[in-house]
Design a protein around this ligand. Structure first.
Ligand SMILES: NC(=O)C1=CN([C@@H]2O[C@H](COP(=O)(O)OP(=O)(O)OC[C@H]3O[C@@H](n4cnc5c(N)ncnc54)[C@H](OP(=O)(O)O)[C@@H]3O)[C@@H](O)[C@H]2O)C=CC1
Ligand SMILES: O=C(CO)[C@H](O)[C@H](O)COP(=O)(O)O
Length: 466
């Protein structure tokens, strides 16, 4: 009997996706570039639904037609070289899926190049890490809708489920699925940075211990802040280092790494004119964190405000920080979904923002209860220009904006760097201001470069002889 799907790439994600498919009664052929990972996979997982292959041609020929090949390999040129290697064994109508964190520009190109050869290409954004890949990731597929309908039964089966609905929906043409995954990661960066700033404020300004902050996060996870990232933050704060007995978080070097998807989101925001400032500030915060040696040097040279030793009411401030964090998250998700809307218009993709929020409810790193509210907001008003203007978010921001202000002011006053909290507030205040100050910029542009301006009292294009 032929296999229903082929999984190429048995690294961290690919191995677990193959197990997930087999556990869901798909007959999976597996292949890896080097035999070592295939041997490791076969050694740790045995299932009558898995057939391991060490020859590429035999792997492809073991698949029922139209053949469905799922690639889970390192993003970038590797994907192109793998596609080139399997093409000779494929027939017209076969389907290649790419589940890696590929740049959507590459996915657009691959979609069209393969289309010309009669091969369907489905971009599949995958989120959920190692555990999600095994037990149910969030999947963001795009490409040819007919091709998707052929792989949908498998993808929807292996995806996470929330309220019985798979966290997997066809999103749009070309590489739009990888675009959705990219911005998901941009939002992920912002969410992580906001949580980090809440933690820093509670520790350095309010004076809570690591253990107390773990309890605070665990308690927040019982509220409207409930989310995977809040949950794991509580777990992280409880973990002690075996060697020193110190909290794990205190022995980890404060230099953040990154693989690039957050940066791509920001570059793309600049290209299409989406004001994703909080997402971008989170990328810059990682860059600044990576300059550890310079920061250590500067600490002894550059002055800040005098140490403040006012006693802060712990219970009062825990609640203020909670509301500030929720407010920051609302602004960050607003920017991410605004970027989807702008990209959808820019590329002509017709992305359904309500469906994207539904996919994110389970399996993925940014899964959170309040994605239901985001989904409802876009479902109730398809023309919604900005999430901040949806009734639920108007009510929340009206209540929480003053808390974000309090945390930013207290933090700034004491010299605490709060890049995403402060940028959230700046974005919120900027968006709700009918008067922006850009009239001055227009005047300056016209003064030095005769770039012209519009007037607010009559139609037309004007220039002043300054
Ligand atoms: N880890 C995570 O949490 C997530 C990762 N992703 C994305 O999934 C993809 C895979 O990630 P992950 O499983 O973590 O990575 P791993 O490093 O664990 O696995 C990489 C895979 O790519 C293969 N590969 C590398 N170079 C080549 C090549 N030249 N030709 C053929 N195959 C090659 C490797 O095979 P070999 O051993 O032979 O080199 C291996 O199977 C990436 O795009 C990643 O960004 C997406 C979501 C979450
Ligand atoms: O895609 C993911 C989750 O959704 C990966 O975990 C991602 O690689 C994390 O990004 P970075 O390494 O840049 O922090």
């Amino acid at each position: 009997m032929k296999n229903t799907i082929g999984l190429y790439g048995l690294g961290v994600m690919g191995a677990n996706l193959a197990k997930n498919m087999a556990n869901n009664r798909e007959r999976v052929a597996v292949f890896n570039y080097t035999p070592d990972l295939t041997e490791k996979f076969v050694g740790e997982f045995s299932s009558q639904n898995v057939e391991a292959h060490y020859e590429l041609e035999a792997f492809i020929q073991s698949l029922e037609t139209p053949r469905k090949v799922f690639l889970m390999v390192t993003a970038g040129p590797v994907v192109d070289s793998v596609i080139r290697s399997i093409i000779p064994f494929l027939d017209k109508g076969d389907i290649i899926m790419d589940g890696g964190n590929s740049d959507f520009h590459d996915s657009n190109r691959r979609f069209h190049e393969l289309n010309e050869q009669g091969i369907h290409f489905v971009s599949v954004g995958v989120s959920g890490g190692e555990e999600g890949a095994l037990n149910g990731p969030a999947l963001m597929p795009s490409g040819d809708a007919c091709a998707y309908s052929l792989v949908a039964p498998i993808l929807e089966k292996i995806a996470a489920k929330v309220d019985g609905k798979p966290c997997c929906t066809y999103l749009g043409p070309e590489g739009s699925g990888h675009y959705v995954k990219m911005v998901h990661n941009g939002i992920e960066y912002a969410d992580m940075q906001l949580i980090t700033e809440a933690y820093q404020f509670l520790r350095e300004r309010v004076g809570l211990t690591v253990e107390e902050i773990a309890d605070v996060f665990a308690q927040w996870n019982e509220t409207d802040l409930k989310s995977y990232l809040i949950e794991i933050t509580a777990d992280i704060l409880r973990k002690k280092d075996d060697e020193t007995g110190k909290p794990m978080v205190d022995v980890i070097l404060d230099k953040a790494g990154q693989k690039g998807t957050g940066k791509w989101t920001s570059k793309e925001a600049l290209d299409i004119g989406a004001p994703s400032s909080i997402l971008t500030e989170a990328v810059f915060a990682r860059y600044l964190s990576a300059m550890k040696e310079e920061r250590v040097h500067a600490e002894n040279i550059l002055s800040g405000p005098k140490a403040v030793d006012d006693k802060m009411d712990k219970d009062y401030w825990i609640n203020v920080v909670k509301e500030a964090l929720f407010m920051g998250k609302i602004c960050a998700y607003t920017q991410g979904f605004n970027q989807y809307r702008t990209a959808s218009e820019h590329y002509g993709w017709s992305l359904d923002l309500s469906e994207i929020a539904l996919i994110f409810r389970g399996g993925c790193i940014i899964r959170a209860d309040f994605l239901n509210k985001i989904s409802n907001a876009f479902k109730q008003n398809k023309e919604l220009t900005n999430l901040l203007l949806a009734p639920y978010f108007i009510e929340k921001t009206n209540r929480y904006q003053s808390s974000l202000r309090k945390v930013v002011m207290k933090g700034m006053e004491s010299g605490l760097s709060l890049p995403c909290f402060s940028t959230s507030l700046t974005y919120y205040d900027g968006y709700r201001s009918s008067q922006s100050g850009a009239n001055m910029i227009q005047a300056q542009r016209d003064y030095f470069g005769a770039h012209t301006y519009e007037r607010n009292d009559k139609e037309g294009i004007f220039h002043t002889n300054w």
